[in-house]
Design a protein around this ligand. Structure first.
Ligand SMILES: *Cc1c(COP(=O)(O)O)cnc(C)c1O
Length: 369
């Protein structure tokens, strides 16, 4: 591949010495689970996001499950989620014993549509999980208002949107709890699996920590049954180093997005991603909509050595896993329209200007602009 979709090696090589040293520290101390490195990262991340508590957990999926369980969501409850997301957002609701209710997404922003949330609310609705999808913030002004009006819990799925903002506030600070993934390909990525839950609620923080540690805040004092979900020390050490660079990396992503915008804005067959007004998009993914022959473009780019992807090729309600809900594409017209059009172009902080130019030239050639 001449231009990869994502090249994690460039970031590693640019910071190899400090990353290697941080990992070596952990190995030499043999404090692999818990300990100082984990506590340091949790504190630094909470401070950077602007919340009181951060609890490192095994991955971003566990983070959602732990939040749901400790917010008391279970059998008889309904939780509303966007119909276009990674399946972690919805499968954890089922695992908690509650019912998944899908809502359509907004045309330009790809995030959950507040108007469709309103239509999906019933007497059993307990919570909403908006996803800051592709790194673009969901409409938190409208969603927090809906939650207040109907007395609903709010859990933000921030897996794709570390340090995205809405009206000057970081995502992760709007609801009772918020969840992050540190999967290697995420904007803040570990060298393996990792995740976190954050909250300003002291009691909830304690309960989430206890649940993620086999139900015991102190060794052998199991007041409940829990699960085993931990951020390990090597991941925490890597993440602490990377946290120092995340603002620069976000700026680079935004710069690359601006270049795409500049060089593709006059291609009539391409609709560019739209940053929410008052929001700051962190471009985990750069997803264009092809109004003509998306699959042809993808093949054309591939022949030129340019990788691209689909996020996600089939919306959640149409997957076999949700066949029992009996949905059809007409239940989610906007997401279904997107499904035929979306194409994720290469996007990462180290992607070079000449590479973005090459990608844009190829797209222009294909559409004969
Ligand atoms: C990646 C992701 C998750 C889950 O994260 P893992 O760390 O892979 O478990 C959850 N929600 C969304 C939207 C994601 O993109």
């Amino acid at each position: 591949m001449t231009i990869p979709f994502l090249d994690l090696k460039r970031q590693y090589l640019a910071h190899q010495q400090e990353l290697d040293a941080a990992m070596r520290d952990v190995v030499e101390s043999t404090a692999f689970i818990g300990g100082e490195k984990v506590a340091q990262f949790e504190m630094a991340f909470a401070k950077a996001i602007g919340v009181k508590h951060c609890i490192g957990v095994g991955n971003g999926t566990d983070a959602i499950y732990i939040s749901l369980k400790m917010l008391g969501i279970g059998p008889g409850d309904e939780v509303i989620v966007p119909c276009n997301s990674w399946i972690a957002t919805s499968e954890t609701i089922t695992q908690a014993g509650a019912k998944v209710v899908f809502a359509d997404v907004e045309a330009d922003h790809f995030t959950i549509d507040p108007a469709d949330i309103e239509r999906k609310i019933t007497s059993r609705t307990k919570a909403i999980i908006p996803v800051h999808f592709h790194g673009n913030v969901a409409d938190m002004r409208a969603i927090t208002a809906i939650c207040q009006r109907h007395g609903l819990l709010l859990i933000e799925d921030c897996a794709q949107a570390h340090f995205a903002q809405h009206n000057g506030k970081n995502v992760g600070t709007f609801g009772q709890a918020a969840t992050f993934s540190f999967y290697p390909g995420k904007n803040l990525g570990a060298f393996g699996d990792g995740g976190a839950v954050v909250t300003n609620d002291d009691a909830l923080a304690k309960n989430m920590l206890r649940f993620a540690r086999h139900g015991a805040l102190n060794k052998y004092d199991h007041t409940i049954e829990g699960i085993n979900s931990r951020l390990d020390a090597i991941q925490a050490a890597v993440l602490s180093i990377k946290l120092r660079h995340i603002q620069d990396w976000t700026e680079s992503r935004r710069h690359n997005a601006a270049l795409y915008g500049q060089w593709l804005s006059d291609v009539p067959q391409v609709k560019l991603p739209v940053e929410r007004t008052g929001g700051s998009h962190v471009y985990h993914l750069y997803v264009i909509r092809c109004l003509e022959d998306r699959d042809g473009l993808k093949t054309y780019l591939l022949a030129k050595g340019i990788d691209s992807m689909l996020h996600y090729p089939v919306m959640l309600p149409l997957l076999d896993a949700y066949g029992h809900l009996g949905h059809s594409s007409s239940d989610f017209p906007m997401a279904f329209a997107h499904q035929q059009q979306i194409l994720s172009l290469p996007m990462f902080p180290e992607l070079r200007e000449d590479e973005v130019r090459t990608i844009c030239s190829a797209i222009r050639e294909f559409y004969k602009t």
